[in-house]
Every structure is written in C-alpha cells, then in structure tokens.
Design a protein around this ligand. Structure first.
Ligand code: DX5
Ligand code: ZN
Length: 229
C-alpha cells in the first residue's frame, strides 16, 4: 500500500446488501471505488452490531484493493490479530475505545497492518498529537458512529487543525459519515483525502444495476476534486 494524497473514495459496505457482500465488493471496485470500508460494530462501543473477523476473511478474496477496517468496538486489543489475519490492510481503532490507545496502535502495526485512529465528533484534534508518528491514518467522524445515513456534522476546523499538525508525514485524513457530493468539497478543501461514503454510493443501485454505483462514486469524486458536474 503506497502513500499519496489523491482523493480516494471508500464505499462503506454497511449500506450494501448484507446477503451479497462478495458481489457488492466486486461491483463497487469495478465501478471505481478506491478502498472498501468495512464497519465493525459491537453493540457496546456503539449502539449497533454488524460483523466480525470471519466476515472480513470471507470478503477478502472479493476485494482487489485496500480493505479498510473501521473497528467501533471496545475492547479493541484482543481482536487486532484476528482482523489482521483476515486480511485488513488498514485497521482503525477509536481514540475513545480505551485508555491505552498508544498500545493499540503499536499492536496494529506489529500485526502488519496500517494503523488508523478515529476521533468521534466530541474528541479534539489534539488527542492525535502525541501519536502522530504512530498512525498511518486519522479518521475524522462527521457523524456519531453506529449507523449509516445520518446527517453530516461539520468538522472542518478539526480537519484543518489535523492537516497542519500532520505536515509532511505520510498520514491520510479520512472522513466518515454523511459524505455526499454536497459535503465532500468542504472536507477535501480542509485537507481530507479519503472519503468514506455509504448511503451516497449505494443509493439507487444494486449488483444487478451497478452503473448507479459508478455514477454515485463519480459524483462524489468530482465534487471533492472541485469539478461541479
Ligand atoms: C458510521 C460508519 C460509517 C457509515 C457511513 O458509524 O462508520 O462508515 O457507514 O455511512 P453514510 O455515508 O451513510 O453516513
Ligand atoms: Zn466507518
């Protein structure tokens, strides 16, 4: 996984057909997705339950590119190796998920994955500062995690502060929640490069009608890059 700051669209399969994840992953990649974002929820750290490492291992052969696993679970550390072995390229844990986030990031890198740190809307940018050399990605939540299809919360000041803090380090800024063609330019202008989008990618499409996914991905990318279609 090489580093660059080109805009990357990462559809969240939380909005896909849960009975058909393999075909959904193939369809979004064929339609231009850069990364595949996998939302793992435990019903404890967030008020919803999705899936675990076995599901990640099952979809891995259907993903050619980057599998980006967002862990909304607490505790995190006992499960890191399982998600790494399932083939996660990026494993993102939440800063709020426990008292030993430094140890969590060490464990993610030791397991051979890129380390991501996610910040809930109520957590300041400064929480990342002592950890900047231990992360490959900072995920700025623009909704309270737990569900797809929620309204975008403006975190542009936090994104700008993070972008300045990161400087020349090879650290991605990922945005997660409520990203669509109207909100994408706000966050890329502030310094984000990876855009997670669930409902805005999957709405209106299906594996039988995947061109809609392509249209949706293109609309987000063009808006993010400042090309208003
Ligand atoms: C929220 C998840 C997001 C979510 C995004 O807890 O982490 O990845 O699926 O969905 P949309 O794009 O619909 O807000
Ligand atoms: Zn997510």
């Amino acid at each position: 996984m090489s580093f660059d700051r080109k805009i990357k669209i990462a559809p969240s399969i939380l909005s896909a057909d849960f009975a058909n994840f393999g075909a959904e992953c193939q369809a979004i990649e064929e339609q231009g997705a850069d990364w595949v974002h996998v939302d793992v929820m435990d019903g404890h750290f967030v008020p919803n339950i999705t899936f675990g490492p076995a599901m990640c291992a099952a979809i891995r052969p259907h993903i050619k590119g980057v599998m980006d696993v967002h862990l909304m679970i607490a505790p995190v550390d006992p499960y890191i190796d399982a998600f790494a072995q399932a083939g996660a390229d990026v494993i993102t844990a939440h800063a709020e998920a426990g008292p030993h986030v430094h140890r969590t990031l060490q464990a993610i890198r030791a397991a051979g994955a890129k380390a991501g740190l996610a910040l809930n809307p109520g957590t300041p940018a400064g929480a990342v500062e002592p950890l900047l050399d231990m992360v490959d990605l900072v995920c700025v939540m623009t909704v309270n995690p737990g569900f797809g299809g929620q309204k975008f919360i403006d975190m542009t000041d936090k994104i700008r502060a993070l972008r300045a803090m990161i400087g020349d380090r090879p650290v991605h800024i990922e945005i997660d929640g409520g990203v669509d063609p109207s909100t994408a330019p706000l966050v890329t202008r502030a310094g984000a490069d990876v855009l997670v989008a669930g409902s805005a990618v999957f709405k209106g499409g299906s594996v039988g009608n995947p061109q809609v996914y392509g249209d949706n991905i293109r609309a987000i990318r063009q808006a993010a890059e400042g090309v208003y279609a």
